[in-house]
Design a binder for this molecule. Structure first.
Ligand code: C2E
Ligand code: CA
Ligand code: CA
Length: 274
């Protein structure tokens, strides 16, 4: 390559890097401002007991309300992960979960089960468990339960330290769930490798139209297998009555999806539940 071309290429690369760095800084500032101004809103999607169809609690899902716009997690979580900011949001959500668990422990007769999503980058942080302990120590929660949802891909990583993290979470009375189960990683033997409490069957199982009959046989067998291993099952993405009937028949424990409720602001959920 000619000297002039090389110089041009280097300049282009430099400009690109500079632009990317400016983008990162702008996003970071907006995010930190957003956390400070409580722009991150906690939504909840209820889960029901398949047998009684009564609420048992739900999954917390975050929304970013910025200048009257609602931004969905799929738009900003990948950026938070890319720029290594995700743990700040994840700890923020744990704190919110304990706030509600404590509040509801005082208000409600039945015990409540909440789950939150945590990124692999967060649970890999060196002081992750200390951070959780610190948050826990500000709240008094005796009977209500917290569960951490980890996407199936997390379980492909670094097996032994993850198992230790799971054990230590159990010591802190926090359950662990494998989210989006069946979405493509070699998941089956992961079930035996880790002491997980719950499996969340990915919504694709219910939406699969190419071969509904076979898909349902797979689903039924997975639920039986989980039960024999002492693992609870949750079906997510439940949208129609027919799916409810089927899931009840095959013994799925908990149901979650638009059929029962979309994710709604916490305040609304509290009103509806009482
Ligand atoms: P996810 O954990 O798999 O959450 C379920 C997603 O499916 C939610 O999207 C929910 O709105 C949607 N959904 C619920 N019911 C139905 C249904 O019946 N049909 C269909 N088609 N979809 C349904 P959402 O809220 O946009 O969240 C997207 C993802 O963002 C979540 O996927 C989760 O992985 C991540 N996420 C959300 N909040 C947090 C958080 O606080 N921390 C981290 N690290 N990730 C989060
Ligand atoms: Ca989840
Ligand atoms: Ca999921």
């Amino acid at each position: 390559m000619k000297e002039k071309n090389k110089r041009q290429l280097a300049k282009l690369k430099y400009e690109e890097k500079k632009k990317e760095e400016e983008k990162r800084q702008k996003f970071e500032q907006e995010f930190l401002k957003g956390i400070q101004n409580e722009e991150f809103k906690v939504y909840i999607q209820g889960k029901v007991d398949a047998k009684t169809e009564k609420w048992i609690g739900g999954e917390l899902l975050v929304r970013w309300k910025k200048e009257n716009k609602v931004i969905y997690p799929d738009e900003f979580i990948p950026l938070l992960e890319k720029y290594n900011l995700i743990s700040k949001l994840d700890y923020y959500m744990i704190e919110k979960a304990y706030y509600y668990l404590e509040k509801w422990e005082k208000e409600k007769k039945n015990s409540v089960h909440l789950s939150i999503n945590q990124s692999l980058l967060t649970i890999k942080e060196e002081n992750y468990l200390e951070k959780i302990k610190e948050i826990q120590s500000s709240y008094s929660v005796l009977k209500n339960e917290l569960e951490i949802e980890l996407t199936e891909s997390v379980f492909v990583e670094d097996r032994f330290s993850l198992q230790e993290t799971i054990q230590r979470l159990h010591q802190l009375k926090i359950q662990v769930s494998m989210d989006d189960f069946g979405t493509g990683y070699s998941s089956f033997h992961r079930i035996q490798d880790y002491e997980i409490d719950t499996i969340k069957l990915d919504k694709a199982f219910l939406q699969e139209e190419r071969n509904l009959k076979k898909g349902r046989i797979v689903l039924e067998s997975m639920i039986q297998m989980c039960h024999r291993l002492g693992i609870k099952t949750v079906a997510e993405g439940v949208e129609v009555k027919e799916q409810v009937n089927f899931l009840k028949r095959i013994g799925c424990d908990l149901l979650q999806g638009y059929y029962y409720s979309k994710p709604i602001p916490m305040e609304e959920f509290e009103k509806e539940w009482n």
